[in-house]
Design a protein around this ligand. Sequence first.
Ligand SMILES: NC(=O)c1ccc[n+]([C@@H]2O[C@H](COP(=O)([O-])OP(=O)(O)OC[C@H]3O[C@@H](n4cnc5c(N)ncnc54)[C@H](OP(=O)(O)O)[C@@H]3O)[C@@H](O)[C@H]2O)c1
Length: 335
Amino acid sequence: MAADEMERVVLVRHIDGMPTPDDFRIERLAIPDLAEGQFLAKNHFVSCDPGTRSRLSPGASYAPPLPPGAPVDGFCVGEVIASRNDRFAVGDHVALSGWATHVVSNGRGYCLKLPDLDVPEQLWIGLLGVPGMTAWFGLKRVAQFKAGERVLVTSAAGPVGATAGQLAGLWGASEVIGIAGGPVKCQWLRDIGFTTAIDYKAADFEAQFAVAAAGGFDVMFDNVGNALIDRALPHMKLRGRIVVSGQVADYNTPNDAIPGLHNTREFIGRRLRMEGMVVFDDLPGFAAAQAELAGLIKAGSVQYREEIFDGLARLPEAFCGLFTGQSFGRRLIRV
Ligand SMILES: NC(=O)c1ccc[n+]([C@@H]2O[C@H](COP(=O)([O-])OP(=O)(O)OC[C@H]3O[C@@H](n4cnc5c(N)ncnc54)[C@H](OP(=O)(O)O)[C@@H]3O)[C@@H](O)[C@H]2O)c1
């Protein structure tokens, strides 16, 4: 690639069902000239996020669908290499969005100038970015979590789930129960402080779940979708809260085939509350939460896993692996 060129990932067609790498292609183009107010960032890392899936098919979602041929957005972190914007100078480190080697930005939308917190830069699109902030504000603001409560987390070995479970433990949960796929992920959850880890792929899942559910759940932090929420509803404690963070099991399923919720009667007697979240509502609180979480990470109190793929060309394959259980931790592309 020439110095005045960039590459980006483009959606080839709307996706029906599970995504495959062929649904994307890499496009090479000249880096556009900067207009007044714009800057150019060279990306170092780009992330794979399950939520991106909801924009790759037509139909209703919390974000508008992308048309075929459009460049795909995902989070990225890098350095400003040219600028006509007073707020962003050459050499500044930034986190913004774009599945690309370079991003031209006017500084609006999701665009953070990164403070120097002495952490690996890719953490700004990991635990100090959207996944970590989702865990933080999902527990604090949405769940109104209190010390002494019992917490259930689904897709617990992912970046959102693992962070939510560890924060709940640090903030005084009586027990933290994680659900994840496979013995290796479950062992890791126990190693990082989950009280119990349940393998939903194991033959004895129902028996394991029944034991964990006997103590009831004050908070369910759900990343997976309706089937597990329905499963947990009869075990929620009085005034329990369910955080609808994500639906990784349902993103690839047509609307009419997504499992329904049957146990809604439990909301009445148990006075339950279920609330969805979009983490960007909490943007004003990010800086303080990021500084505190960075301290916990550096102290070794919050652990994380990363899977780093080299080169933008591997992004489609890395993204598709989010939906097959192959991913284990934050999937990142080193650009
Ligand atoms: N609301 C917001 O503002 C917000 C912001 C960011 C993220 N989110 C949501 O948070 C959730 C977690 O995100 P993340 O980045 O930490 O990703 P993640 O949990 O690591 O997602 C990938 C993992 O999901 C699990 N999974 C995939 N298909 C599944 C299925 N059919 N059933 C059960 N589990 C399945 C797999 O783990 P197993 O091997 O354990 O199955 C896979 O490794 C996602 O739903 C995402 O959309 C929400």
